[in-house]
Write a protein that binds this ligand. Structure first.
Ligand code: GTP
Ligand code: MG
Length: 170
């Protein structure tokens, strides 16, 4: 069994799969395939320790459509990467709702989650500012990261490493 079970969540199209594939392969996927849901096994060094992890890349449409499967993922995971796109207001609001759902489901334990604001390269379409993102993260007591799967700026590695640290610290 992996040391850390991570679940990547967020509204459809925010870039969850692109981020995960970028993290694991350093490649960017341009195509959008909303139906994919995959789990990946991976090992990496976090603060000089080998950490084995399983990353579950969920399908955004599950959140609306198939609550039961979604709840199963929530139970399975011990760290959650909550992704929104800075070009999609609704995806930003969904993060708050997902965190509430997690808190409720994991009670009385504290939920280990970090927020990742994606698609920072799309400056002209941007509608959520860094300030708004940081404020939300503070309200939800989560770490905050922003970046772009397209640019491959390393934000996904940073966010995943932070999640691993927090999960292992518990
Ligand atoms: P679901 O699986 O339906 O929940 O969506 P998803 O969150 O996995 O989105 P996906 O990774 O498939 O990305 C959706 C679209 O956004 C694809 O066309 C990606 O190429 C694009 N995309 C993802 N990340 C970025 C980014 O950082 N910048 C830009 N410009 N496009 C991105
Ligand atoms: Mg996907």
């Amino acid at each position: 069994t992996p040391d850390v079970k991570l679940v990547v969540m967020g509204r459809m199209g925010v870039g969850k799969s692109a981020l995960v594939v970028r993290y694991l392969t350093r490649r960017f996927i341009w195509e959008y395939d909303p139906t994919l849901e995959f789990s990946y096994k991976h090992q990496t060094l976090v603060d000089d320790d080998v950490v084995s992890m399983e990353i579950l890349d969920t399908a955004g449409q599950l959140y609306g459509d198939n609550r039961r499967q979604w709840e199963g993922h929530v139970r399975w995971g011990d760290g959650f990467l909550l992704v929104y796109s800075v070009t999609d207001k609704q995806s930003f609001h969904d993060v708050g709702r997902m965190k509430e759902f997690l808190d409720e489901a994991k009670k009385p334990r504290n939920v280990t989650a970090v927020i990742l604001a994606n698609k920072m390269d799309l400056n002209h379409e941007r509608c959520i500012s860094t300030d708004e993102g940081e404020k939300l993260a503070q309200e939800l007591s989560c770490g905050y990261f922003e970046g772009s799967a397209l640019l491959g700026d390393g934000v996904i590695s940073e966010a995943i490493e932070e999640l691993c640290r927090e999960v292992r610290r518990r």
